[in-house]
Design a protein around this ligand. Sequence first.
Ligand SMILES: CC(C)(COP(=O)(O)OP(=O)(O)OC[C@H]1O[C@@H](n2cnc3c(N)ncnc32)[C@H](O)[C@@H]1OP(=O)(O)O)[C@@H](O)C(=O)NCCC(=O)NCCS
Length: 182
Amino acid sequence: MTEEYRLPNSFETARYLLRRVRLDDAQAIFDGYATDAKVTRFLGWKPHQNVTETTAFLQIATSEWESGKGFPLVAFDRQQPAELVGMFHPQVLGHRVTFGYALRQSAWGKGCASEVMGWLVAHALSHSQVFRAEAFCDVENLASAGVLEKAGMVREGIMRRYFRHPNISDIPRDCFLYSKVR
Ligand SMILES: CC(C)(COP(=O)(O)OP(=O)(O)OC[C@H]1O[C@@H](n2cnc3c(N)ncnc32)[C@H](O)[C@@H]1OP(=O)(O)O)[C@@H](O)C(=O)NCCC(=O)NCCS
């Protein structure tokens, strides 16, 4: 029988180290970006008020890894391995793998997300059961659209009224859909 798609517990790209998220990453995620309204602007959750909220999120995230439904990863710059840079979150939906990501502001604009997403997309599509790597972003999230394009994805269109970004408003917003297929 063919094995289901999984991520390794840790791996490296040219400049970054990624590993499976742990519950004890909560403080670093809270301090790094979970309270930052600029980081969460185009995410589906509001800035965390206390580290208990971050821990609750990580309880769900770590259980996803156990079930094989998703593989939330924390990222570190290989030159500065003590500082958590952000998270990447591949999720498996049959033959599709979808992706989310967020980085602390001090890591923006250095090509981190493009480099890691390039690795993740290539890894997913190299598995015999995965035919489509997919992600969406708010139509105003130009940085995220740039990441997906640099990771080799193609914009397929606009999904209208697709997702609520509660830091902008309660009204569902239009999102770009991106994919790379094989
Ligand atoms: C989106 C995010 C992950 C981008 O990470 P990053 O590592 O800074 O992105 P990169 O440096 O790889 O940028 C990739 C490309 O995106 C584009 N880009 C990056 N920032 C941009 C900005 N502020 N405005 C417009 N385009 C931008 C550029 O084309 C860039 O390529 P270039 O540097 O060769 O010109 C980061 O801004 C972030 O964490 N944002 C908050 C969370 C979020 O919105 N996540 C995505 C939800 S869908």
